[in-house]
Design a protein around this ligand. Structure first.
Ligand code: GAR
Length: 193
């Protein structure tokens, strides 16, 4: 079976990228990272890609006057790498309708909440403020809206007495990594490569 080719888009630390890279180092994993693209020059994930010998590109959105121009370059880079599935992994830009519709059901994202709860930023603080009993993470299809789109899978995490945004983020991160790898495996079984 040909492997699903992934294009991983990042803006920062890249720990979800690292989890995907490590999963893909298993010969039995049904996907491979074809390219890593960052919109920020200082994203540590770029170094992770280099360390793993994976081609990477910096496409700095601030260098383009219009979103459409940024996305045209992004789209070309994904096409050149023959990417089947785009994985947003801490990529902090909204994508336009035209970009998303061209890759319908082939762009996914991870978000650190049980969507539709707590879209956007500061999810852990907002979960604590709302005094909910649990939080978690969601892997979902991407739409032009922020943190919207059909859920592929979620993992849940109980909120404990004394939890802070930092402690929640720390306990959730391994669940995010597992969720992203699992979601890619699920999709690899359904998407033609
Ligand atoms: C992750 O917690 C991810 O869920 C979140 O950014 C972090 C990136 O970490 N994404 C969002 O909030 C998207 N709305 P990473 O760079 O170490 O993978």
């Amino acid at each position: 079976m040909p492997k699903l080719k992934l294009g991983v888009l990042i803006s920062g630390r890249g720990s979800n990228l690292q989890a995907i890279i490590e999963a893909a180092s298993d010969p039995g994993f049904p996907a491979e990272v074809a390219v890593v693209i960052s919109n920020r020059p200082d994203a540590y994930g770029l170094q992770r890609a280099t360390a793993a010998g994976i081609p990477s590109r910096l496409i700095d959105h601030t260098a383009y006057g219009a979103k459409a121009d940024f996305e045209a370059v992004l789209s070309k880079a994904l096409d050149e790498a023959e990417v089947d599935l785009v994985c947003l992994a801490g990529f902090m830009r909204l994508l336009s309708r035209a970009f998303v519709e061209r890759r319908s059901d082939r762009i996914i994202n991870i978000h650190p909440s049980l969507l539709p709860a707590f879209k956007g930023l500061h999810t852990h603080q907002r979960a604590l403020d709302a005094r909910v009993a649990e939080t978690g993470c969601t892997v979902h299809y991407v739409t032009p809206g922020m943190d919207e789109g059909r859920t592929i899978l979620q993992k849940r995490l109980a909120i404990l007495p004394g939890d802070t945004p930092d402690s929640l983020a720390e306990r959730l991160l391994p669940l995010e990594h597992a969720a992203y790898v699992e979601a890619i495996q699920v999709l690899a079984g359904t998407l033609p490569g």
